[in-house]
Design a protein around this ligand. Structure first.
Ligand code: KE4
Length: 433
């Protein structure tokens, strides 16, 4: 594969953009090599500026569950374009998307649109503190909830990859009200509530962790968080920016049958355009300005193009609920085959999958949280990533991310990926196929 133009563009980008990228994980720092610059995308495929094509398992980090440039979504955006791009005034589109989200999530009576997952989480925490009058929040080590100061504490995703889970610039004051606890450990939460209980405004959790690789909740974990939050009067916040409309039409909370007090969303609800959202019970959401005193605002919140793309995406998912079973089937087949092929090559690997999310950890042990995830061999992951890329398979460029299957991935793509993984594992094991 020739990457000359990508290399030239990357060199130029680094002159004007920190690290040459507008989000750190895109820079391939964790896996070695240089990022490829994308020219366009279609269905399950990315096409770079050097004419190479890649079978894409990043999907813009989750939004592209239908595949890239879905014709119905693109048609809807094109039609909306003719009416202008932004008004800074209310539109019916915002109510339609808000209603669609509330109809899908029984725990949500009301929802506020923002422009990113970070904004959604930052706002939800402010609301939780405003509603409870309390200060502390519990977050889990390795979970990532965007880059607002109080949450860049032992964060996952790019923060973990970059080795800055506690980023410079986050002041001790910003961090002091964030208590970090191990994921999948209810005793730790119980003990922390004993210590901080009356001052805990919220517990925020990724119901399925997608930012330290993919780690499902242990049986009873989410239910336990629900009981403890109710017992101590803290709000339970499900950060479903990844899992919302991804794991099921109603997100992880309908799968695990646990009802949070607030939910944050992003990615899929924007259909590839910038949208985040937070929502929950009416008595809580009624405190958000201008209905109530908890202030939050945004110039492009509810942007008509983004609402259009989000609505078109959710309307397809709503009409074609069979997509979720199909995604589950393809993802479990891929994950099980990766497990088999790694074992056949003698490569220690722990493969996880939930719905259309999957991840290969290069470790012999079960991964249940940050400590076990971080014990996996990231050097081997880098070799795996580079081999798959050379074979035209574009995985997330970090061990601490998720793989995303889309409805545009057919069985041919799954088979091709399994074959590529087999070759990659053989390379890693030093065996020639
Ligand atoms: P954004 O601000 O990036 O839209 O959303 C932040 C966020 C919040 N909550 C969860 C569970 C998330 O996964 C994210 C962002 N996800 C990362 C991928 N792990 C975005 C990719 C990136 O940072 O470039």
């Amino acid at each position: 594969m020739d990457h000359k133009r990508s290399a030239a563009l990357f060199a130029e980008a680094k002159q004007y953009i920190p690290g040459g990228v507008n989000s750190p994980v895109r820079a391939f720092r964790a896996v070695g090599g240089q990022p490829v610059f994308i020219d366009h995308a279609q269905g399950a495929y990315l096409y770079d500026v050097d004419g190479n094509s890649y079978l894409d398992y990043v999907g813009s980090w989750g939004p592209m569950i239908l595949g890239h440039a879905h014709p119905e979504v693109m048609e809807a955006i094109k039609e909306a374009l003719g009416r202008g791009t932004s008004y800074g005034a209310p539109t019916e589109l915002e109510t339609r998307l808000a209603k669609k989200i509330c109809d899908a999530f029984p725990s949500m009576d009301m929802v506020r649109m923002v422009s990113s997952g970070t904004e959604a989480v930052m706002s939800a925490l402010r609301l939780a503190r405003g509603f409870t009058g309390r200060n502390k929040i519990f977050k889990f080590i390795g979970c990532y909830h965007g880059h607002s100061d109080g949450l860049l504490i032992k964060a996952g995703s790019g923060a973990a990859t970059m080795g800055v889970p506690d980023s410079p610039g986050v002041t001790p004051n910003a961090a002091k009200d964030t208590i970090t606890l191990p994921y999948n450990d209810l005793n730790a939460v119980d003990q922390a509530f004993h210590e901080f209980g009356e001052d805990v405004a919220a517990v925020i959790v990724e119901p399925v962790a997608g930012n330290m690789g993919v780690i499902p909740p242990e049986p009873g974990y989410l239910e336990g968080l629900r009981v403890l939050c109710t017992q101590y009067g803290a709000l339970l916040i499900f950060d479903e920016v990844i899992t919302g409309f991804r794991l099921a039409y109603g997100g992880a909370q309908v799968i695990y049958k646990v009802r949070p007090d607030l939910t944050t969303l992003g990615k899929i609800i924007g259909g590839g355009l910038p949208v985040g959202a937070y929502g929950g019970r009416r008595e809580i959401m009624s405190l958000v300005a201008p209905a109530g005193p908890v202030y939050q605002a945004g110039t492009l919140s509810g942007n008509p193009l983004a609402m259009t793309a989000g609505l078109a995406t959710l309307e397809i998912l709503d009409k074609r609920r069979g997509i979720y079973q199909d995604l589950e089937l393809k993802t479990s087949c891929l994950a099980d085959s990766m497990k088999t092929e790694a074992a056949a090559a003698g490569i220690p690997a722990y493969v996880t999958h939930v719905g259309s999310l999957f991840c290969t950890f290069f470790t012999p042990e079960k991964v249940t949280g940050w400590e076990s995830a971080a014990s996996s061999d990231t050097e081997v992951f880098g070799r795996f990533f580079r081999s798959m890329l050379r074979q035209g398979i574009y995985l997330a460029p970090s061990q601490f991310e998720a793989g995303f299957m889309s409805a545009a991935h057919g069985w041919e793509e799954v088979d091709r990926t399994i074959a590529a993984a087999k070759a990659a594992f053989s390379e890693i094991a030093g065996k020639q196929l």
